[in-house]
Write a protein that binds this ligand. Structure first.
Ligand code: ZN
Length: 209
């Protein structure tokens, strides 16, 4: 892992702690107390000021409310996925987890090219629709890494058959990431990957007509 990026392996989705300041995604919330203990043991939780959701799916956002209540942190998500979160709509895909999503107030709606800065990182919002309409990746140019949510995994791209998913948009989003060609990717599930991201994406693009 890169310095100042901590991967917290929630069984439901990968949670990343960046610079002790930003939490990326929160899992379903089922494992909130274990994750809280883990963070408290090694980090200063009072420094965490924002929770950024890569997209609105329940396995990434179900814990938002618990984490916000604990941390007093703002919740950020792309504007296209904000409604799903704020109104707990079927776009959260909570039904896949046999639960009803809970409405969560969004503090800041993100748009393409917005920037979120921490002590060591400058994260640029890359709008990458396809998995959901408001899916984003976060790119740090200096360290050449990208948080890719469920858009790009170490060996696959995210499914496009859920509400607001779109295969054509997924293709364009993968091409966008290919144009940036980050050295490291940190996906929403599975393992991070370093090097050969361009080769990976070219192979995946062949699978989309
Ligand atoms: Zn998802």
């Amino acid at each position: 892992m890169l310095k100042n990026i901590v991967l917290i392996r929630d069984p439901d989705c990968n949670i990343y702690l960046l610079d002790q300041e930003i939490l990326i995604d929160t899992g379903t919330g089922r494992h909130f107390s274990e994750i809280k203990k883990f963070i408290e043991a090694d980090f200063n939780a009072s420094k965490i000021k924002a929770i950024i959701n890569t997209h609105c799916h329940y396995d990434h956002t179900g814990g938002d409310k618990k984490f916000r209540d604990w941390l007093g942190a703002d919740i950020l998500i792309h504007k296209n996925d904000a409604d799903a979160l704020e109104n707990a709509t079927e776009t959260t895909a909570a039904a896949l987890f046999n639960v009803k999503a809970k409405a969560v107030t969004v503090d800041r709606k993100l748009a393409n090219n917005d920037t979120i800065n921490t002590k060591n990182f400058s994260l640029k919002v890359i709008h990458t629709p396809g998995h959901t309409s408001g899916s984003i990746c976060l790119y740090d140019k200096n360290n050449n890494f990208m948080i890719t949510g469920d858009t790009l995994f170490a060996d696959a791209f995210g499914r496009t058959d859920l509400p607001t998913g779109n295969e054509k948009q997924m293709k364009e989003s993968l091409e966008k990431i290919l144009g940036i060609n980050p050295k490291h990717i940190f996906p929403g599930h599975g393992n991070p990957k370093s090097n050969g991201i361009d080769f990976l994406i070219k192979q995946l693009l062949n699978k989309i007509s």
